[in-house]
Design a binder for this molecule. Structure first.
Ligand code: MLT
Length: 412
């Protein structure tokens, strides 16, 4: 008899975005006329084409693959040196942050890395995460058997939830209890909040004191507009000893369909063995990568490298300005509709409070049915997301303007 992984049966419902897609499909089938004017501001998927520097690099790399002399087969599992150097140099060393090339691990996505990291962490860790939260952090821990069952409200036994509410500016407070692993995501998905240098310093000090590890998801760092806000956890002294950083080319270079990201695993980051000895996690992550992964394709890594050229950087800046321009339009529209609005200043997500008496899924249905706009219900991100919805700025300007207009036509 073959047994399945029972932990999967603990998962509350389908993954949030496929569930939204299912509901939207159903709506479109039933309402073909409304479907024609549907605007999607749900999943944070980019809409603008790849930057020209990336397209040129892709073409060139494909041509190399077409010739015997320049063809490449398996590459290094942890990424080609040319890309690891470009990342370490441009994202870290040029900012005064000490990260070596071989501390960069190139992958096909931050979502995958956030789940894969659990392979090298012990099952006995006490794990804390923000609420609302990017569902991948929770679900991958459930799948790995790190939790008990979910309660009525969808919270899993064994996890420590850190409430992020309007009262704390959607930035998690340091827990009173001792935890071993903390997921932090700034700029935050879904709330669009950012953590200040002082707040991140408190987290690093907490982690060092408790020998805990911070899993720092910085997938949206390119959207930070406030110069005082840190882009990397390694801007904080001591973070090399307690933090792993996840970054992605999805939202800056428009790589959601192209797939490339990276994880920073400092060699100085230690964790305890079950008999209490401290040892570096870097060789474990390397071992995992070389055993379970064959690397990102050569053309895609060349494409990612192109993002670091002067033209690539200018084109990324243009993309960010475009999406952040949308964010301003959407913020203004939602405010003009009388809604209470957060985020959208250092992040591409607008976090909107639902009108009194309307819950997140009711808001989703109303906005879908009456404005033909797809948003993401806040409760899909956790208990503290109830009473909110998220609007994604990833769209054309014309669509952002139309959504801003339609929001104002809703009579709550
Ligand atoms: C989102 O909409 O939250 C993002 O697209 C999720 C992701 O990047 O995986």
């Amino acid at each position: 008899m073959a047994y399945l992984n029972d932990n999967y049966l603990k998962l509350k419902s389908g993954y949030l975005f496929p569930e939204i897609a299912r509901r939207v499909r159903e709506f479109c089938e039933k309402n073909p006329e409304s479907a024609k004017r549907l605007i999607r501001c749900g999943i944070g998927d980019v809409t603008e084409p790849l930057p020209p520097a990336v397209v040129a690099a892709l073409h060139k790399a494909v041509d190399e693959m077409a010739k015997r002399e320049t063809f490449r087969g398996y590459g290094p599992e942890q990424g080609y040196e040319f890309l690891r150097t470009a990342i370490a140099q441009n994202d870290y060393r040029s900012q005064g942050i000490d990260i070596a090339d071989d501390e960069i691990f190139v992958s096909d996505g931050s979502k995958c890395d956030c789940g894969n990291i659990l392979d090298i962490l012990g099952a006995q860790n006490k794990i804390a995460m923000m609420d609302p939260v990017y569902p991948v952090y929770v679900d991958t821990n459930v799948m790995a058997g790190h939790t008990g069952a979910a309660n009525e409200g969808g919270a899993y036994a064994g996890l420590v939830y850190l409430p992020c509410t309007a009262a704390n500016g959607f930035v998690a407070d340091i827990p009173k209890e001792k935890v071993d692993i903390v997921y932090l995501c700034y700029p935050n998905n879904p709330t669009g909040a950012v953590a200040t240098r002082d707040q991140l310093t408190n987290w690093v000090q907490y982690a060092l004191k408790n020998k805990a590890i911070l899993l720092y998801d910085a997938a949206y760092e390119a959207y930070i507009t406030d110069p005082a806000v840190p882009h990397s956890i390694y801007e904080i002294p001591g973070a090399r000893e307690c933090a792993i950083e996840f970054r992605s080319f999805s939202k800056n270079g428009g790589f959601t369909g192209t797939r490339c990201a990276f994880t920073v695993m400092p060699k100085s980051l230690m964790a305890a063995t079950s008999d209490g000895r401290f040892t570096s996690l870097h060789p474990l992550w390397l071992r995992r990568s070389t055993t379970k992964f064959n690397g990102v394709s050569y053309p895609v890594q060349r494409a990612a490298e192109a993002l670091y050229t002067p033209e690539g950087k200018a084109q990324v800046k243009g993309l960010i300005e475009h999406y952040m321009g949308n964010a301003q339009v959407l913020r203004k529209g939602a405010k003009a509709a009388g809604l209470n609005v957060f985020g959208g200043v250092n992040a591409p997500y607008i976090w909107v409070e639902t009108p009194a008496g309307v819950n997140s899924w009711q808001a989703f249905d109303r906005i879908l049915n009456e404005a033909n706009v797809v948003i993401t219900p806040g409760s899909g991100f956790g208990k503290n997301g109830e009473g909110f919805f998220r609007i994604s700025s990833f769209n054309s300007r014309a669509n952002a303007e139309e959504v801003a207009r339609r929001l104002q036509t809703l009579k709550w």
